[in-house]
Write a protein that binds this ligand. Structure first.
Ligand code: KIV
Length: 257
């Protein structure tokens, strides 16, 4: 296993892991200084492409964005999402995971858990590709957003899935929108780090969609703290550009050859 991946596992119980998503080279360059993991998430579907969910993301899209992000990462672990319908069988998963790693040179891939695909996840890890797991609200398998773990049967299912992911060999696991006491129980019961999104302070690390926390995507559920309102800054700049062009203030002498 790569040193970078081992370091992520060893960080558990020492300090929180800092993780964010990136889809492009310039954003990844900034994130690299401050993040342990940069995820090229299939959330690019909604955050970038205006799709209504992640169900039409292709392997080709993840490859292109993965290449772009990886090109400016040197410190952070680069994880690229396996899109829906690219890991339905062991054969399909191994073939597509190999291609994704070969083309993007990413350090690891992420695979969402559908409650059944543990053998598929394990088969990819067995060919030497590190996998980040993903349980709770998994957008590839759930249509409607909801908090997970409130019912006892849901709690038991989540704990079972977390343990089965760990047994399959994932090096860390995203826990999405899981109620705090269950996220805590999962975190305490695993040796690998849990990375929470909407799953409380009890997780070993945190991840957010960068476009959400910067106020760019227009998607602001309760668990997203807005660290900036870039939409306002961009709007003001475009407004000024519009005015300068219309009033012939731009381009001026300095901008002209
Ligand atoms: O696709 C994505 O960006 C994700 C994160 C929200 C964890 O899966």
């Amino acid at each position: 296993m790569k040193k970078k991946i081992i370091k992520i596992i060893k960080t558990k119980n020492k300090r929180p892991l800092v993780c964010l998503t990136a889809y492009s080279k310039p954003i990844a360059k900034i994130l690299d200084k401050y993040c342990d993991i940069v995820l090229v998430g299939d959330s690019l579907a909604t955050a970038m492409y205006g799709m209504k969910n992640t169900h039409n993301v292709t392997l080709e899209m993840m490859i292109q964005h993965g290449i772009s992000v990886k090109s400016s990462l040197s410190k952070a672990v680069c994880v690229v999402d396996m899109p829906i319908n690219t890991y339905r069988s062991i054969k399909e998963a191994k073939k597509n995971a190999k291609l994704l790693v070969k083309k993007t040179k990413c350090d690891a891939i992420k695979m969402e858990c559908n409650g059944k695909n543990f053998k598929i996840i394990e088969s990819v890890i067995k060919i030497g590709i590190p996998v980040m797991g993903h349980i709770g609200f998994t957008p590839q398998y759930y249509k409607k957003f909801r908090v997970h773990g409130l019912l006892e049967k849901d709690r038991l299912k989540l704990i079972d899935e977390a343990k089965k992911n760990e047994k399959a060999g994932v090096f860390c696991i995203v826990v999405e929108c899981v109620v705090d006491f269950v996220a805590n129980e999962i975190t305490q019961s695993l040796k690998i780090p849990t990375i929470g999104i909407g799953s409380s302070i009890h997780c070993d690390g945190q991840i957010l969609v960068t476009d959400d926390m910067l106020g760019l995507s227009g998607f602001y559920p309760r668990f997203v703290k807005k660290f900036a309102k870039l939409n306002n800054i961009i709007e003001k700049s475009v407004q000024k550009y519009n005015k300068d062009v219309l009033t012939k203030k731009f381009p001026n002498k300095q901008n002209t050859f």
